[in-house]
Design a protein around this ligand. Structure first.
Ligand code: KG4
Ligand code: ZN
Length: 374
């Protein structure tokens, strides 16, 4: 059995996990920085780095304790190399390099996006399912909205040496879907992060009234590319043009200032019109993610679609993809909500594949904020 310690610090979560043979999660610890960034309405890179420095040692200790292991029992250390915030990545990388050198264990650099793909495999394994390759994978979070074709690597004599191959087939031209959620929540006075609260509010609206209709977003050129900044701007203009929103937005902002930011606090402060607006926004985002992903799956004639990243926690997105999967005969795979958002179990799982193939890093390993997945 190979037990890999995974370390993730690419954005605003300090995470560590131990995963056995790339499949079995022995522990997974995530320290979220949401409370720190909330008042700024987004992640502040400098504050994120400082908080990672504070959290990295206790988080790794906790992951080992929960796995019932000592540091010396770890077989390798997997760490996120990129993409992400450079100062944030450097905290995890520097710590992982130091541990690897001190313990004399292999260091395995991992692409954060490969981690999100492996989160799907971890979940499928738990459920006794197999995601057949080739597959189309949608990674949709606060930082990314990107479509990949995922294939098994070339056989080089033995299965253990195979690495997955990724081909980027579509990406956002502007904002990531999660970023659109966060910006729309902010302009509606619904706090940060926006995804979870908008998800719940959208479900409350009956859909009977439609204050606004958002058409499909257009991206010239590659039909598999996404664009969400126009939709966010359309929400902004709609709100500006209708004076009746401004009073309730101010009321909610005051509630947020008092720390009343829960769904139960904010729901009574939302008019039916606001709930319907949130619903229309979410319908537009989900429809766009679904249609382009399924278009890719059909064009490439793949049997599986994988969806991962923070926005994959969205209830309507999950239900809609599952429904379409059933009606079109394409198997759809999601990680659990905990594995959808940033975590280190997915990094340890992705590291196992590279460990078996002998892909290691050394003391020269550096953060790569725009590392491509290939
Ligand atoms: O993957 P993640 O934890 O961090 C990034 O790599 O960005 O994703 C966080 C993003 C945020 O933008 C958040 O608003 C969004 O995922 N999110 C959701 C939901 N839960 C989190 N978006 C829609 N619906 C949700 N339920
Ligand atoms: Zn992520």
């Amino acid at each position: 059995m190979t037990r890999i310690l995974g370390i993730e610090s690419s954005c605003d979560e300090t995470a560590a996990a131990v995963v056995a043979d790339g499949r079995e999660i022995l522990s997974s610890v995530v320290a979220s920085q949401i409370e720190i960034h909330r008042k700024y309405g987004g992640v502040v890179p400098e504050l994120a780095s400082r908080e990672h420095l504070r959290q990295i040692v206790p988080v790794v200790r906790e992951a080992l304790a929960q796995a019932g292991m000592k540091l010396g029992e770890v077989d390798a250390i997997g760490v996120t190399e990129g993409p992400g915030l450079v100062g944030a990545l450097l905290v995890g990388i520097t710590y992982a390099k130091t541990l690897a050198a001190a313990l004399g264990k292999p260091l395995v650099p991992v692409n954060h996006l490969a981690g999100h793909v492996h989160a799907v495999f971890l979940e499928a394994y738990k459920a006794g399912r197999a995601a057949n390759l080739p597959a189309v994978c949608l990674i949709v979070s606060g930082g990314h909205t990107v479509l990949y074709e995922v294939k098994a690597g070339e056989a080089n004599g033995q299965d253990a040496g195979r690495l997955l191959r990724y081909r980027k087939i579509g990406q956002t031209r502007d904002d990531a879907a999660g970023e659109a959620y966060d910006k729309v929540a902010k302009l509606l006075g619904l706090g940060y992060p926006g995804g979870p609260i908008l998800d719940r509010l959208a479900a409350v609206s009956s859909g009977a009234s439609r204050p606004v209709k958002f058409g499909p977003t257009k991206t010239r050129g590659n039909p598999l590319d996404f664009s969400f900044s126009g939709l966010k701007t359309a929400v902004l203009y709609h709100v500006r043009e209708h004076a009746e929103y401004s009073g309730e937005i101010r009321t909610r902002e005051q509630a947020l200032e008092r720390g009343e930011r829960k769904f139960e606090n904010l729901l009574p402060l939302c008019s039916p019109q606001t709930l319907a607006l949130v619903r229309e926004f979410q319908n537009a985002v989900v429809r766009d993610l679904l249609e382009r992903t399924m278009m890719a799956a059909e064009e490439l004639a793949v049997g599986s679609v994988l969806v991962s990243g923070g926005v994959a926690a969205n209830s309507q997105l999950r239900a809609t993809f599952e429904e379409r999967g059933k009606s079109s005969g394409i198997e759809v795979f999601f990680p659990s909500r905990a594995l959808s958002t940033d975590n280190a179990a997915m990094i340890a799982a992705a590291a196992f594949e590279r460990f078996r193939a002998g892909v290691f890093g050394d003391a020269s390993l550096n953060a790569d904020p725009s590392l491509a997945l290939a």
